[in-house]
Ligand binder design. Structure first.
Ligand code: CAA
Length: 288
């Protein structure tokens, strides 16, 4: 297995800022990079607030918080962020052309042994690996939202991925306090998003048909199935824009009407009611 001490996280959005902090809390030296300085500023502020809050709650020792804070830096300079990384975790927008471009740049910047992993929720790494000269070092490493809390990480091997790469990524996930599962083959949506999508599609169908309100559907799922939150509250957490864009991209690829986003989802998307981050989705989120 390869030694990993330095991790670069690309993208300081919904997932990236928490993946970076999680790695820093686990003792890795982390560079978090984004093209938008305001995203990095937000991530930096979040790290400060989160660590302070954990200490105040008695969930983290002062010394561990100080060391996590020292472990993480933020920069808009991709070269500076990735040049010394043993592992890069890419968590930028779900756009294949953008990801291919970033992986090609990383291939130039990083030493030949650096592992390049994508946190994409649905783009399999075989669509990206050939943008590099190191396809054996490329795989999916998929975290869940909120990444600081959710334990699961899906490690997905493509036909190009070396066993050593997948095992190294699995070991990093474990060191980050996560529970990794290994997918031996690529499949659209991996394990969890296939299951979540099936539940969400049915919930949106029931809503579209006027069978029950979104609140009652959530109440049913929480109280009968024991899920921590129902499908609509989860949509708000994950981001309605993200779910809409993934559904549209799937629909464009397959042309299958079953993959078309539901009318309710389209309405929320068009109105900009994208969930928690927008202050409103299926529920309201007043600013604290
Ligand atoms: N960021 C960081 N930490 C958070 C958080 C956030 N956004 N929200 C909650 N937490 C932490 C809290 O600080 C708290 O920590 P401690 O118990 O250690 O103090 C803990 O989580 C519990 O929080 P709360 O008591 O406030 O609320 P809760 O018990 O309702 O838990 C939840 C919140 C963890 C989000 C829980 O509702 C849950 O597990 N929901 C399901 C989330 C889920 O299904 N995620 C997967 C989505 S699918 C996906 O991610 C696909 C993808 O490809 C992106």
């Amino acid at each position: 297995m390869q030694r990993v001490e330095r991790i670069c996280v690309l993208g300081a959005g919904n997932m990236g800022h928490q993946i970076a902090l999680c790695a820093a809390l686990s003792g890795y030296k982390v560079e978090c990079s984004d093209v938008k300085p305001e995203m990095l500023q937000k991530a930096d502020q979040f790290a400060d607030n989160y660590l302070k809050e954990r200490v105040a709650k008695g969930k983290l020792a002062q010394e561990a918080a100080r060391s996590a804070r020292e472990n993480i830096s933020f920069t808009t300079d991709l070269k500076e962020a990735a040049a010394d990384a043993d592992l890069v975790i890419e968590a930028v927008l779900e756009n294949l052309a953008l990801k291919r471009d970033i992986f090609a740049q990383l291939d130039e910047i990083c030493p030949p042994q650096t592992i390049l992993a994508t946190n994409s929720s649905y783009i399999v790494s075989s669509k990206i690996a050939d943008a590099t000269r190191r396809p054996e070092k490329v795989c999916n490493m998929h975290f869940f939202n909120p990444a600081l809390v959710m334990k699961l990480v899906e490690v997905v091997k493509g036909p190009h991925t070396a066993e050593e790469t997948a095992e190294t990524v699995r070991a990093v996930a474990e060191k980050m306090g996560k529970i990794p599962v290994m997918l031996q083959k690529e499949i659209y949506g991996f394990l969890v998003n296939r299951i979540v999508t099936a539940i969400r599609t049915e919930a949106l169908y029931l809503l579209d048909q006027g069978i029950a309100s979104h609140q009652d559907i959530d109440t049913a799922v929480v109280n009968a199935l024991g899920h921590p939150m129902g499908p609509f509250r989860l949509l708000d957490l994950v981001g309605i824009d993200l779910v809409y864009e993934i559904a549209m991209s799937r629909y464009r690829d397959t042309g299958d009407p079953a993959h078309k986003p539901s009318p309710y989802l389209v309405e929320k998307y068009v109105k900009g009611e994208w969930g928690r981050k927008a202050g409103r989705g299926f529920y309201e989120y007043p600013k604290e």
